[in-house]
Design a protein around this ligand. Structure first.
Ligand code: ADE
Length: 236
């Protein structure tokens, strides 16, 4: 069973997401387990459960303190005998892409740290040496939405999670695929003068495959020319 532990200051954010749709089904099927932990439970401040403080040297905002994070990660790590890959979500991280998602799905266990405020005390990173990940070049109010993106993209790569094993097979970006998806149509055959392309109702499967390939290429050339350049080989 694939296990994810999410550490956050706002556990309620995940309540709806965990009980809906594909993820709820994957949990029901016993393929995935997700545990959400409130960082405040590991605060060293017994009275107010404070976990943040002002940065040394001055500057705006607050930082998440090192002590509660280390205490929490160590406690969570010991809840399962399998060692987890620790991920810290931050705009400073390596960009999460499909290749990375596929390798996360192979790990079996993740601990995901969601940041808030101005980020973490640097010693969190020095001690835990987490894999720092970003979901894109924009700044979110915290790592919670990024954690959902990470979990959502990762669990669909776990065998059995998608109803039909093939449905991630043709996805754009999957297994090195670098073409955007071709347009798809369903009934009715005509709506407000917009007709389904004749080729798709022709029954000629060879022609349909060729048309789809052309459409994918065309869309990729128009929208994402960068995808048509092969990625650099990490070994060279
Ligand atoms: N936290 C804030 N912004 C983020 C981003 N772009 N990716 C991951 N975590 C974040």
């Amino acid at each position: 069973m694939f296990r994810v532990d999410i550490i956050t200051l706002f556990p309620q954010i995940f309540a709806g997401y965990l009980t809906q749709s594909l993820l709820a089904k994957a949990i029901d099927k016993g393929l995935v387990e997700i545990h959400v932990h409130d960082l405040r439970d590991w605060s060293v401040d017994e009275k107010h459960h404070k976990v943040d403080d002002r940065p040394y040297g001055g500057g705006p905002g607050m930082l998440i303190c090192v002590e509660p994070v280390i205490r929490c990660v160590e406690a969570v790590q010991s809840l399962d005998s399998r060692p987890a890959l620790v991920i810290l979500l931050t705009p400073q991280g390596e960009r999460l892409e499909q290749r990375g998602v596929e390798s996360l799905a192979q790990t079996g266990r993740l601990i995901v740290l969601c940041g808030r405020y101005e980020g973490f005390d640097q010693r969190v990173i020095d001690i835990l040496k987490p894999h720092e990940l970003s979901i894109g070049d924009y700044v979110l109010n915290g790592g919670e939405v990024a954690a959902m993106v990470l979990v959502d993209s990762t669990i669909r790569m776990i065998p059995g999670v998608l109803g039909d094993e093939c449905s991630s097979w043709d996805d754009s970006f999957s297994r090195g695929n670098r073409l955007l998806e071709f347009p798809q149509y369903t009934r009715p055959p005509e709506y407000r003068g917009h007709r389904v392309p004749d080729v798709l109702v022709s029954g000629d499967h060879k022609k349909i495959a060729q048309w789809r390939q052309e459409q994918s290429l065309l869309k990729t050339e128009l929208r994402r020319k960068d995808l048509l350049i092969p990625p650099a080989d990490p070994n060279t």
